[in-house]
Design a protein around this ligand. Structure first.
Ligand code: MEV
Length: 325
């Protein structure tokens, strides 16, 4: 892009959006170069809009006020906002940004990356500067690295991809899905800190490298098996891989009694399989169910086991059409 310093802000078109994501396999192991698979959650959306103002300000569910006084929770987005403004030649104290989101915060569903991606798109659209996917990714990663410590980049890609995505060592590739699948997402009602979970695994790997590397290898194999099952439309196999993935994540120390209870409830009520999704220690469980009709029974069972909210979401095979953008 060619930043034009001093260019007046054009308010029209200053909108951006992004969606949530769920990790189907490979959270944590992806940090060490193993492949992971993420699903777009298109029913969870984040939108950002930009308009000219006398002072830089931000408005969201968490806080409304000047940029410089934004609370700690908004530091990732404010840091990325300032970097984006600089990249497109805007003064970050010359506009107001309004963010609204249905992606639950700190539940492993990609809210921090979705907010950052929507914001980057809104700011670049506001001045009519088209950022390349790589430039958008780099700006979203600024927020992710502030929020999470070192981030693999999986979330920054997943919140912009309309298809399921395989991600390894910085490289996203679309994944083929042979038939539509129905998942249930259930929220434990507790948040897990991504940086605490990632640091916990790193410490464990320092103390016991062969134990953790063995789990990483197993999760890498499960990610490839997951891609094969998606390509074959084999829900039973996919569910088994998900449950096996949960066991490995529990061995890594990133599960929690509340997550284990929801995984058990899903499996006992007829789900093909279930696992925690995202960094763990709290957050959500992803269960694969046998079509939309059986979702209600699984939702009821997961609520009885402590879920504060649970809903079904579909991965339709047409979502393979668009690539990673
Ligand atoms: C967090 O959504 C996914 C993790 O694998 C961290 C990362 O990939 O950076 C836990």
């Amino acid at each position: 892009i060619q930043p034009t310093l001093g260019q007046p802000l054009r308010v029209h078109g200053g909108l951006g959006s992004a969606h949530g994501k769920a990790i189907l396999m490979g959270e944590h192991s992806v940090v060490y170069g193993a492949p992971a698979v993420a699903l777009p959650l298109l029913d969870l959306q984040t939108a950002a809009s930009v308009r000219e103002a006398n002072h830089g300000s931000i408005s969201s569910d968490l806080y409304t006020g000047p940029l410089h006084a934004a609370p700690r929770e908004l530091k990732p987005v404010v840091t990325a906002l300032r970097a984006t403004a600089e990249r497109v030649g805007l003064n970050s104290d010359s506009f107001e940004i309004v963010i609204s989101s249905t992606v639950p915060l700190e539940r492993g569903l990609g809210s921090s990356a979705a907010v950052a991606a929507a914001m980057v798109r809104a700011v670049s659209n506001a001045v009519g500067v088209a950022l390349t996917p790589e430039e958008t990714f780099e700006l979203v990663q600024i927020a992710e690295n502030v929020a999470h410590g070192t981030s693999s980049g999986l979330d920054a890609h997943a919140v912009r991809s309309l298809s399921p995505v395989r991600f390894q060592s910085g490289q996203p590739t679309p994944v083929t899905v042979a038939r539509s699948l129905t998942f249930v997402i259930a929220d434990t009602g507790t948040s897990g800190s991504t940086s605490a979970a990632v640091n916990g695994v790193r410490m464990l790997r320092k103390v016991n490298p062969s134990f953790v590397n063995g789990i990483i290898d197993t999760l890498a194999g499960l990610a490839e098996d997951t891609i094969t099952a998606l390509g074959a439309g084999d829900a039973a196999a996919l569910g088994q891989h998900m449950s096996a993935g949960h066991e490995q994540l529990a061995r890594l120390g990133v599960s929690a009694p509340s997550l284990d209870a929801l995984v058990t409830a899903a499996r006992m009520s007829g789900a093909h399989g279930a696992k925690l999704t995202g960094s763990g220690l709290g957050g959500c469980v992803l269960a694969l169910v046998d079509g939309a009709d059986s979702a209600d029974g699984v939702i009821d069972a997961m609520k009885a086991a402590g879920a504060t909210q649970a809903w079904k979401t579909s991965l339709v095979s047409s979502q393979i059409a668009d690539g990673v953008g």
